[in-house]
Design a protein around this ligand. Structure first.
Ligand code: ATP
Ligand code: MG
Length: 463
């Protein structure tokens, strides 16, 4: 191989491995380099693009929209240009591009474009904009009279008077978003944006960009600059950061800095964060920075799980039935007694959201009947019930309770024995792994360790 060819070959290999898209055209607009990442971004095959004219391949609204062609014309670099366009498959793509003219011995030889893919980010920003109009819940929307739920509501209501951060803890589907929106709508910020972002649903680098790398003037700059950060979008309003424990430590630290005011955050934003586990566990196991916890938990709201407030079930059931009656213009009057008893016994791992879905499912199966019975319940739910009732572990537990019941003793003694027995069983099941056992028992590690000490339970085989 000639030295020059060899070098070209090596450069091509380098280009293939880059994480930015690279697209090089010659002075007539024909593609001569089109690397792997660029193909990935644009969903194109190399043979579709190579040696073809740009305008034949991509559908630009006008010639100006291609930065490559523009740079050929102006002979000036174009930096940080955001582009949204459709590729040959009609798929919308958004990139941020740096484009440079290439000169060879004083004459223009072509242009090179280096592109960062922000399609996902762009979609997220749009979703967030839509979400703004969606914060409709108020404290009146929160159903249930259980003391711990009411305590949570009271704490939430008090929090409407300040702008302090709020930490909302609760299992999946317990109403964390409902509480966050109620706080926002009950506060003086209610006419400002409510922006919500789930921290578990996006890659961390994207979140970092969304949270910290924005441009104040993005919105007014014809979309050619970077996006606004979530803080900028939520200006004057509320930013809900869902599942904050999914952020990496380094992002959590950055957030601490913002909340402490040690970076110059000129934005007046109330931050509400949620965790779907015990925050003390999350700290102990390295998923939540202690500093962040202290910053956020100025107001802490613990929403009880549905299985801990089953006395609210009836009210919730009527509430959802009347909602869906209204929604689907139907006239369902209630549940059969059998179904109600099943609901009362069930543990509702998906909490209120699961209940809502089960009832909605039943509306779809109820046909012309006015009362929901067992057979109208969604099949997935019925299968979960069957699984529980045929599960030998559950069987054993009820046998044990039954046997213990024969010999009546003070309730306290009975409860202690039952607890000891059950904790031992759970520990054995999880091979004496404290974290897993605690999780399966729905308690914190600290709580489990406390009980093990209290009841003198050995940690088992390995120690
Ligand atoms: N106390 C309640 N009263 C009425 N509706 C409720 C209540 N709690 C939850 N819901 C309803 O249940 C559904 C789930 O609530 P929400 O989205 O607020 O829960 P979440 O804790 O944010 O769930 P996830 O952890 O899955 O994000 C929503 O439709 C909400 O309206
Ligand atoms: Mg939620």
């Amino acid at each position: 191989m000639q030295k020059f060819e060899k070098r070209l070959y090596m450069y091509e290999k380098v280009a293939e491995h880059l994480e930015s898209g690279v697209h090089v055209i010659d002075s007539r607009g024909k593609t001569i380099i089109y690397n792997r990442k660029m193909r990935e971004i644009e969903g194109m095959e190399i043979e579709d693009v190579l040696d073809k004219n740009l305008l034949d391949v991509f559908q630009f609204h006008s010639e100006e929209e291609s930065t490559l062609l523009q740079v050929l014309k102006t002979k000036e670099p174009a930096l940080n240009v955001k582009q949204t366009y459709y590729n040959i498959n009609g798929i919308e793509i958004t990139t941020i591009n740096d484009t440079f003219p290439i000169f060879h011995e004083d004459s223009l030889a072509g242009a090179i474009e280096i592109a960062r893919d922000v399609t996902m980010l762009e979609k997220m920003m749009r979703d967030n904009l839509h979400k703004r109009t969606n914060s409709l819940y108020t404290f009146d929307s929160i159903i249930g009279g259980h003391a711990r739920l009411q305590e949570a509501v009271e704490t939430g209501k008090r929090a409407t008077r300040t702008s302090s951060p709020v930490l909302i803890c609760g299992e999946a589907g317990t109403g964390k978003e409902l509480f966050a929106q109620s706080i926002h709508n009950g506060s003086s910020r209610s006419d400002r944006p409510f922006i919500s972002q789930n921290c578990a649903s996006l890659p961390q680098d994207m979140l970092e960009s969304l949270l910290f790398e924005g441009d104040e003037n993005a919105a007014s700059n014809s979309g050619k600059e970077h996006h606004q950060t979530l803080f900028q979008q939520a200006k004057g309003g509320t930013l809900l950061l869902d599942e904050i424990n999914s952020l990496t430590t380094s992002l959590q630290r950055k957030l601490v800095n913002i909340l402490q005011g040690s970076t110059d955050l000129p934005y007046d934003v109330r931050v509400i964060a949620t965790v779907n586990e015990d925050p003390i566990d999350a700290i102990a196991e390295g998923r939540l920075l202690k500093d962040l916890y202290y910053r956020l938990s100025i107001v802490s709201i613990f929403i009880p799980s549905l299985r801990d407030r089953k006395e609210d079930l009836k009210e919730l059931i009527s509430f959802f039935i009347s909602q869906f009656n209204h929604h689907f213009t139907m006239n369902i009057r209630g549940l059969t007694e059998e179904t109600e008893n099943i609901f009362l016994k069930y543990e509702w791992p998906g909490n209120v959201r699961e209940l809502e879905h089960v009832i909605e499912g039943a509306f779809n199966l109820v046909g012309s009947d006015e009362i929901i019975d067992f057979n109208h319940l969604p099949i997935g739910f019925r299968q979960r019930l069957q699984h529980i009732s045929s599960n030998p572990k559950v069987q054993e537990e009820t046998d044990f309770l039954y046997q213990a019941g024969i010999d009546i003793k003070p309730l306290e003694v009975f409860v202690e024995e039952a607890e000891t027995y059950y904790i031992q069983k759970a520990l054995k099941h999880h091979e004496y792994n404290i974290t897993k056992t605690a999780k399966s028992l729905g308690m914190s590690r600290q709580n489990l360790q406390y009980r093990m000490r209290k009841y003198g339970i050995e940690r088992g085989g390995r120690y």
